[in-house]
Design a protein around this ligand. Structure first.
Ligand SMILES: [Zn+2]
Length: 221
């Protein structure tokens, strides 16, 4: 039940009313395929995955992983950030890990991320600058490597990758993830980067199942 793929840049056919019409079509198509679909889905959810992704409209978790409703628990914000004091993210993470018992948490960034591009500039964008500053902090941590990349696009792409890796690390530092590991719960955290231009997801190979390699100051007993 894959949504029909339409040209992305022409959104003139999308209106408030067209969404409700689209909903009717979705129900009709879905029931034609499986008359019990909604009854089954309404019974509850047991997704094995928590996805922390960018709010960008071009990176829909289910569609790019060929999964369906009920299979991925999703949290999205600008530039797929894991900020320690973000109660929204922490609440989603806590519910996913401690109630849904997801087995994997995946931070998914994407090349060409507007949030990362904005964070690399010196322009003021307003309130969002306070959010983007966390990305500037990632830049500062890796300034030597990033300043050495002369091509703007390559430097942006590398910051997208480093931002994913740092946010995976941020996830590991949370008491929620560390307590799950301490209690012997099966839980892996991962970092991916999605390419808008090819559709390919690249694994950043930062998958972690314990806090062994974590800086000591972050470790909880
Ligand atoms: Zn983005």
């Amino acid at each position: 039940m894959c949504a029909k793929v339409k040209p992305i840049h022409d959104t003139s056919h999308i209106t408030y009313e067209s969404l409700l019409e689209g909903n009717k079509q979705f129900i009709e198509d879905t029931l034609a395929e499986d008359p019990q679909y909604f009854e089954k889905l309404a019974n509850g959810q047991k997704p094995p995955i928590l996805w922390i992704g960018c709010a960008d409209s071009r990176v829909p978790a289910n569609q790019i992983t060929n999964t369906s409703p009920g299979e991925i628990f999703v949290h999205r914000n600008i530039a797929n950030m894991v900020i320690h004091s973000d109660m929204n993210m922490l609440s989603v993470l806590d519910y996913a890990v401690n109630v849904l018992k997801v087995k994997h948490v995946i931070v998914t960034g994407h090349y060409g991320c507007g949030g990362v591009i904005a964070a690399m500039s010196n322009t003021q964008f307003g309130l969002i600058d306070n959010w983007l500053r966390h990305i500037k902090d990632v830049y500062r941590l890796h300034a030597e490597e990033l300043d050495g990349i002369k091509d703007d696009q390559k430097r942006t792409n590398r910051l997208v990758e480093l931002n994913v890796m740092e946010n995976v690390y941020n996830l590991c530092k949370t008491s929620i993830v560390q307590n799950a590991w301490k209690n012997g719960q099966e839980l892996s955290v991962h970092g991916w980067v999605y390419s808008l231009s090819t559709g390919i997801i690249t694994d950043m190979n930062v998958s972690t199942q314990n806090n062994e390699n974590m800086d000591n100051v972050f470790k909880f007993k």
